[in-house]
Design a protein around this ligand. Sequence first.
Ligand code: Q46
Ligand code: ZN
Ligand code: ZN
Length: 343
Amino acid sequence: MKCTVCRGPAVIDLRRHNANFCADHFLRFCRDQVVRAIDEHSMIEPGERVLVAVSGGKDSLALWDLLLGLGYDTEGMTIGLGIGDYSAASTEAAVAFAERRDLTLHRVDLRRDHDYDIPTASAVTRRAPCSSCGLSKRHLIDKAALDGGYDVVATGHNLDDEAAVLLGNVLHWHTEYLSRQRPVLAERAGPRHDARSDGRSGRGSGSRVFPRKVKPLVRLAERETAAYCVLRGIDYIVEECPMAEGNRHLRYKEALNVVEAASPGAKHAFYFGFLARAAARFAPEVDGAEGELRPCARCGSPTTGEVCAFCRLVDQAAGQDPVPVELVRPGRGGRRARTKAGS
Ligand code: Q46
Ligand code: ZN
Ligand code: ZN
Protein backbone atom coordinates (compact mmCIF):
# COMPACT_ATOMS: atom_id res chain seq x y z
CA MET A 1 0.00 0.00 0.00
CA LYS A 2 1.53 3.29 -1.12
CA CYS A 3 0.82 6.87 -0.12
CA THR A 4 -1.34 8.51 -2.77
CA VAL A 5 0.69 11.72 -2.44
CA CYS A 6 4.36 10.68 -2.19
CA ARG A 7 4.30 6.95 -3.10
CA GLY A 8 6.07 6.13 0.19
CA PRO A 9 4.75 3.32 2.43
CA ALA A 10 1.19 4.13 3.55
CA VAL A 11 -0.01 3.67 7.14
CA ILE A 12 -3.74 4.16 6.56
CA ASP A 13 -6.26 3.71 3.79
CA LEU A 14 -9.24 6.03 3.54
CA ARG A 15 -11.73 4.33 1.30
CA ARG A 16 -14.19 7.22 1.31
CA HIS A 17 -11.46 9.44 -0.14
CA ASN A 18 -10.11 6.68 -2.33
CA ALA A 19 -6.67 7.43 -0.88
CA ASN A 20 -3.85 5.96 1.22
CA PHE A 21 -1.49 8.09 3.24
CA CYS A 22 1.92 7.85 4.86
CA ALA A 23 2.12 9.27 8.40
CA ASP A 24 3.16 12.77 7.30
CA HIS A 25 0.54 13.08 4.61
CA PHE A 26 -2.16 11.66 6.86
CA LEU A 27 -1.39 14.27 9.54
CA ARG A 28 -1.47 16.92 6.84
CA PHE A 29 -4.80 15.54 5.60
CA CYS A 30 -6.28 15.84 9.12
CA ARG A 31 -5.06 19.41 9.43
CA ASP A 32 -6.46 20.30 6.00
CA GLN A 33 -9.85 18.85 6.90
CA VAL A 34 -9.97 20.94 10.07
CA VAL A 35 -8.88 24.09 8.24
CA ARG A 36 -11.56 23.47 5.65
CA ALA A 37 -14.28 22.90 8.27
CA ILE A 38 -13.29 26.07 10.13
CA ASP A 39 -13.20 28.15 6.95
CA GLU A 40 -16.32 26.81 5.29
CA HIS A 41 -18.45 27.27 8.37
CA SER A 42 -16.76 30.43 9.70
CA MET A 43 -16.07 28.72 13.02
CA ILE A 44 -13.17 30.69 14.47
CA GLU A 45 -11.75 34.06 13.48
CA PRO A 46 -8.03 34.77 13.84
CA GLY A 47 -7.19 36.10 17.30
CA GLU A 48 -10.29 34.69 19.00
CA ARG A 49 -9.94 32.92 22.33
CA VAL A 50 -11.07 29.30 22.18
CA LEU A 51 -12.20 27.14 25.07
CA VAL A 52 -11.75 23.47 24.12
CA ALA A 53 -14.06 21.00 25.85
CA VAL A 54 -11.70 18.15 26.74
CA SER A 55 -12.89 14.73 27.86
CA GLY A 56 -9.58 12.87 27.63
CA GLY A 57 -10.82 10.79 24.70
CA LYS A 58 -9.25 10.70 21.23
CA ASP A 59 -11.50 13.31 19.65
CA SER A 60 -11.10 16.12 22.15
CA LEU A 61 -7.35 15.60 22.51
CA ALA A 62 -6.86 15.41 18.73
CA LEU A 63 -8.93 18.58 18.45
CA TRP A 64 -6.85 20.46 21.00
CA ASP A 65 -3.63 19.29 19.35
CA LEU A 66 -4.85 20.30 15.88
CA LEU A 67 -6.03 23.74 17.02
CA LEU A 68 -2.68 24.33 18.75
CA GLY A 69 -0.85 23.28 15.59
CA LEU A 70 -2.91 25.78 13.62
CA GLY A 71 -1.88 28.53 16.02
CA TYR A 72 -5.19 29.16 17.77
CA ASP A 73 -5.27 30.70 21.23
CA THR A 74 -6.74 27.84 23.23
CA GLU A 75 -7.36 26.77 26.80
CA GLY A 76 -9.02 23.53 27.84
CA MET A 77 -11.80 22.63 30.22
CA THR A 78 -12.55 19.21 31.61
CA ILE A 79 -15.38 18.07 33.85
CA GLY A 80 -15.07 15.21 36.35
CA LEU A 81 -18.37 13.42 35.90
CA GLY A 82 -17.94 10.93 38.71
CA ILE A 83 -18.54 7.89 36.48
CA GLY A 84 -16.25 5.57 38.43
CA ASP A 85 -12.87 4.56 37.01
CA TYR A 86 -13.82 5.86 33.59
CA SER A 87 -14.02 9.46 34.80
CA ALA A 88 -10.82 9.18 36.82
CA ALA A 89 -8.90 7.84 33.81
CA SER A 90 -10.44 10.46 31.48
CA THR A 91 -9.41 13.33 33.72
CA GLU A 92 -5.94 11.83 34.07
CA ALA A 93 -5.50 11.70 30.27
CA ALA A 94 -6.67 15.30 29.89
CA VAL A 95 -4.40 16.54 32.68
CA ALA A 96 -1.39 14.63 31.34
CA PHE A 97 -1.92 16.08 27.86
CA ALA A 98 -2.09 19.64 29.22
CA GLU A 99 0.83 19.26 31.62
CA ARG A 100 3.13 17.79 29.01
CA ARG A 101 2.51 20.80 26.78
CA ASP A 102 2.30 23.37 29.53
CA LEU A 103 -1.29 24.30 28.63
CA THR A 104 -4.03 25.75 30.80
CA LEU A 105 -6.72 23.22 31.62
CA HIS A 106 -9.66 24.38 33.75
CA ARG A 107 -11.11 21.63 35.88
CA VAL A 108 -14.59 21.26 37.32
CA ASP A 109 -15.54 18.23 39.38
CA LEU A 110 -19.24 17.58 39.81
CA ARG A 111 -18.89 15.86 43.18
CA ARG A 112 -16.41 18.36 44.61
CA ASP A 113 -17.97 21.52 43.19
CA HIS A 114 -21.68 20.70 43.02
CA ASP A 115 -22.08 17.75 45.38
CA TYR A 116 -23.42 15.21 42.87
CA ASP A 117 -22.19 12.91 40.15
CA ILE A 118 -23.76 11.49 37.01
CA PRO A 119 -24.72 8.02 38.31
CA THR A 120 -26.43 9.62 41.32
CA ALA A 121 -28.19 12.22 39.16
CA SER A 122 -29.39 9.46 36.86
CA ALA A 123 -30.77 7.41 39.74
CA VAL A 124 -32.45 10.36 41.43
CA THR A 125 -34.04 11.75 38.28
CA ARG A 126 -34.84 8.26 36.95
CA ARG A 127 -33.59 9.32 33.56
CA ALA A 128 -30.81 8.00 31.34
CA PRO A 129 -27.36 9.05 32.57
CA CYS A 130 -26.59 10.81 29.28
CA SER A 131 -29.48 13.16 29.88
CA SER A 132 -28.13 14.63 33.16
CA CYS A 133 -24.60 14.35 31.80
CA GLY A 134 -25.35 16.34 28.65
CA LEU A 135 -27.26 18.94 30.62
CA SER A 136 -24.44 19.33 33.16
CA LYS A 137 -21.73 19.57 30.52
CA ARG A 138 -23.62 22.11 28.41
CA HIS A 139 -24.39 24.30 31.38
CA LEU A 140 -20.91 24.26 32.90
CA ILE A 141 -19.07 24.76 29.63
CA ASP A 142 -21.36 27.61 28.52
CA LYS A 143 -20.94 29.28 31.88
CA ALA A 144 -17.17 28.87 31.90
CA ALA A 145 -16.95 30.28 28.37
CA LEU A 146 -19.05 33.34 29.20
CA ASP A 147 -17.44 34.00 32.57
CA GLY A 148 -13.95 33.53 31.16
CA GLY A 149 -14.59 35.79 28.17
CA TYR A 150 -13.85 33.13 25.55
CA ASP A 151 -15.10 33.91 22.08
CA VAL A 152 -15.93 30.36 21.16
CA VAL A 153 -16.26 26.83 22.56
CA ALA A 154 -14.81 23.99 20.46
CA THR A 155 -15.99 20.41 20.93
CA GLY A 156 -14.61 17.17 19.51
CA HIS A 157 -17.71 15.88 17.71
CA ASN A 158 -16.58 13.98 14.63
CA LEU A 159 -18.33 12.89 11.45
CA ASP A 160 -19.47 9.59 12.99
CA ASP A 161 -21.04 11.43 15.93
CA GLU A 162 -22.84 13.94 13.78
CA ALA A 163 -24.08 11.37 11.26
CA ALA A 164 -25.36 9.15 14.10
CA VAL A 165 -27.20 12.03 15.77
CA LEU A 166 -28.64 13.01 12.41
CA LEU A 167 -29.85 9.47 11.78
CA GLY A 168 -31.54 9.40 15.19
CA ASN A 169 -33.19 12.76 14.60
CA VAL A 170 -34.42 11.74 11.19
CA LEU A 171 -35.71 8.35 12.33
CA HIS A 172 -37.78 10.04 15.00
CA TRP A 173 -38.39 13.24 13.04
CA HIS A 174 -37.12 15.38 15.86
CA THR A 175 -37.48 18.45 13.70
CA GLU A 176 -36.64 20.83 16.54
CA TYR A 177 -33.26 19.12 16.94
CA LEU A 178 -32.67 18.94 13.19
CA SER A 179 -32.80 22.69 13.11
CA ARG A 180 -29.94 22.90 15.59
CA GLN A 181 -27.77 20.21 14.10
CA ARG A 182 -25.04 22.30 12.56
CA PRO A 183 -21.27 22.45 12.90
CA VAL A 184 -21.64 25.96 14.32
CA LEU A 185 -24.16 27.19 16.82
CA ALA A 186 -24.16 30.96 16.80
CA GLU A 187 -23.85 32.82 20.06
CA ARG A 188 -27.11 34.20 21.38
CA ALA A 189 -27.77 37.44 23.11
CA GLY A 190 -30.34 38.03 25.83
CA PRO A 191 -30.75 39.04 29.44
CA ARG A 192 -28.29 37.50 31.86
CA HIS A 193 -27.30 38.24 35.43
CA ASP A 194 -23.59 37.94 35.72
CA ALA A 195 -23.25 35.38 38.47
CA ARG A 196 -19.48 35.66 38.89
CA SER A 197 -18.50 35.82 42.49
CA ASP A 198 -16.05 38.67 41.91
CA GLY A 199 -18.82 40.81 40.42
CA ARG A 200 -16.90 41.52 37.21
CA SER A 201 -18.27 40.54 33.87
CA GLY A 202 -16.17 38.50 31.46
CA ARG A 203 -14.97 40.07 28.22
CA GLY A 204 -17.86 40.34 25.80
CA SER A 205 -20.22 38.53 28.13
CA GLY A 206 -22.48 41.56 28.64
CA SER A 207 -25.36 40.39 26.50
CA ARG A 208 -24.24 36.93 25.43
CA VAL A 209 -26.28 34.19 27.03
CA PHE A 210 -24.92 31.33 24.93
CA PRO A 211 -21.40 31.28 23.51
CA ARG A 212 -20.71 30.28 19.91
CA LYS A 213 -20.05 26.55 19.69
CA VAL A 214 -18.11 24.88 16.93
CA LYS A 215 -17.22 21.35 15.84
CA PRO A 216 -14.01 21.55 13.82
CA LEU A 217 -13.69 17.74 13.49
CA VAL A 218 -16.89 17.23 11.48
CA ARG A 219 -14.91 16.33 8.38
CA LEU A 220 -12.93 13.59 10.20
CA ALA A 221 -14.20 10.10 10.99
CA GLU A 222 -13.70 8.41 14.35
CA ARG A 223 -11.11 6.04 12.94
CA GLU A 224 -9.16 9.02 11.64
CA THR A 225 -9.04 10.89 14.96
CA ALA A 226 -7.84 7.67 16.64
CA ALA A 227 -5.11 7.23 14.00
CA TYR A 228 -4.18 10.90 14.39
CA CYS A 229 -3.63 10.42 18.15
CA VAL A 230 -1.57 7.28 17.64
CA LEU A 231 0.67 8.96 15.06
CA ARG A 232 1.07 12.06 17.22
CA GLY A 233 1.86 10.01 20.33
CA ILE A 234 -1.17 11.31 22.23
CA ASP A 235 -2.29 9.08 25.10
CA TYR A 236 -6.05 9.08 25.24
CA ILE A 237 -8.57 7.02 27.16
CA VAL A 238 -9.53 4.15 24.91
CA GLU A 239 -12.45 2.79 26.96
CA GLU A 240 -15.91 4.02 26.11
CA CYS A 241 -18.02 5.51 28.87
CA PRO A 242 -19.77 2.60 30.64
CA MET A 243 -23.00 4.57 30.52
CA ALA A 244 -22.98 4.56 26.72
CA GLU A 245 -23.33 0.80 26.57
CA GLY A 246 -26.34 -0.13 24.47
CA ASN A 247 -27.51 3.43 23.96
CA ARG A 248 -29.21 4.42 20.75
CA HIS A 249 -26.42 6.66 19.61
CA LEU A 250 -24.02 3.68 19.52
CA ARG A 251 -26.53 1.57 17.65
CA TYR A 252 -26.97 4.27 15.03
CA LYS A 253 -23.20 4.42 14.67
CA GLU A 254 -23.08 0.66 14.15
CA ALA A 255 -25.84 0.86 11.56
CA LEU A 256 -24.04 3.62 9.69
CA ASN A 257 -20.81 1.62 9.78
CA VAL A 258 -22.59 -1.19 7.95
CA VAL A 259 -23.78 1.26 5.30
CA GLU A 260 -20.35 2.88 5.07
CA ALA A 261 -18.62 -0.49 4.57
CA ALA A 262 -20.89 -1.21 1.63
CA SER A 263 -20.78 2.31 0.29
CA PRO A 264 -17.70 4.31 1.33
CA GLY A 265 -18.52 7.98 1.69
CA ALA A 266 -22.14 7.37 2.66
CA LYS A 267 -21.77 9.00 6.10
CA HIS A 268 -20.18 12.07 4.63
CA ALA A 269 -22.86 12.31 1.93
CA PHE A 270 -25.63 11.85 4.50
CA TYR A 271 -24.39 14.55 6.87
CA PHE A 272 -23.03 17.12 4.44
CA GLY A 273 -25.98 16.57 2.08
CA PHE A 274 -28.26 17.37 5.00
CA LEU A 275 -26.33 20.57 5.75
CA ALA A 276 -26.34 21.66 2.12
CA ARG A 277 -29.84 20.76 1.11
CA ALA A 278 -32.08 20.13 4.10
CA ALA A 279 -30.95 21.88 7.30
CA ALA A 280 -32.28 25.30 6.31
CA ARG A 281 -35.77 23.89 5.91
CA PHE A 282 -35.98 23.28 9.65
CA ALA A 283 -34.61 26.63 10.73
CA PRO A 284 -37.76 28.71 11.28
CA GLU A 285 -39.16 26.20 13.74
CA VAL A 286 -36.33 26.85 16.16
CA ASP A 287 -36.97 30.53 16.71
CA GLY A 288 -40.59 29.97 17.62
CA ALA A 289 -39.93 26.86 19.66
CA GLU A 290 -37.23 28.17 21.99
CA GLY A 291 -39.43 30.63 23.82
CA GLU A 292 -38.34 33.77 25.54
CA LEU A 293 -35.25 33.55 27.66
CA ARG A 294 -34.79 35.11 31.06
CA PRO A 295 -32.10 34.75 33.69
CA CYS A 296 -32.38 31.82 36.11
CA ALA A 297 -33.36 33.14 39.52
CA ARG A 298 -30.61 30.99 41.06
CA CYS A 299 -27.56 31.19 38.80
CA GLY A 300 -28.34 33.78 36.14
CA SER A 301 -28.08 31.39 33.21
CA PRO A 302 -30.67 31.73 30.46
CA THR A 303 -33.83 29.72 30.89
CA THR A 304 -37.44 29.81 29.77
CA GLY A 305 -38.67 29.09 33.30
CA GLU A 306 -38.02 30.54 36.73
CA VAL A 307 -35.09 28.26 37.61
CA CYS A 308 -32.86 26.65 34.96
CA ALA A 309 -32.67 22.91 34.34
CA PHE A 310 -29.17 22.68 35.81
CA CYS A 311 -30.18 24.29 39.11
CA ARG A 312 -33.21 21.99 39.26
CA LEU A 313 -30.92 18.99 38.70
CA VAL A 314 -28.60 20.17 41.48
CA ASP A 315 -31.63 20.61 43.78
CA GLN A 316 -32.60 17.00 43.17
CA ALA A 317 -29.22 15.30 43.14
CA ALA A 318 -26.93 17.26 45.46
CA GLY A 319 -26.36 15.83 48.90
CA GLN A 320 -27.63 12.35 48.01
CA ASP A 321 -25.54 9.31 48.86
CA PRO A 322 -23.39 8.46 45.83
CA VAL A 323 -24.88 5.71 43.67
CA PRO A 324 -22.36 3.25 42.19
CA VAL A 325 -21.99 3.16 38.42
CA GLU A 326 -23.06 -0.51 38.23
CA LEU A 327 -26.52 0.29 39.51
CA VAL A 328 -27.42 2.75 36.82
CA ARG A 329 -25.42 1.35 33.95
CA PRO A 330 -27.75 1.03 30.98
CA GLY A 331 -28.18 -2.32 29.26
CA ARG A 332 -29.77 -3.10 25.93
CA GLY A 333 -33.19 -3.12 27.49
CA GLY A 334 -32.73 -0.02 29.60
CA ARG A 335 -31.29 0.41 33.05
CA ARG A 336 -30.78 -2.83 34.92
CA ALA A 337 -31.62 -1.64 38.35
CA ARG A 338 -33.39 1.07 40.20
CA THR A 339 -31.80 2.38 43.31
CA LYS A 340 -33.10 3.50 46.62
CA ALA A 341 -32.32 7.07 45.70
CA GLY A 342 -34.25 6.71 42.47
CA SER A 343 -37.27 4.89 43.81
S1 Q46 B 1 -23.07 11.70 27.80
FE1 Q46 B 1 -23.50 9.61 28.34
FE2 Q46 B 1 -21.24 10.55 27.26
FE3 Q46 B 1 -21.96 11.38 29.70
S2 Q46 B 1 -22.92 9.53 30.48
FE4 Q46 B 1 -21.11 8.87 29.33
S3 Q46 B 1 -21.94 8.39 27.32
S4 Q46 B 1 -19.95 10.71 29.10
S5 Q46 B 1 -20.32 11.68 25.66
ZN1 ZN C 1 3.11 10.48 1.71
ZN1 ZN D 1 -29.69 28.12 37.20
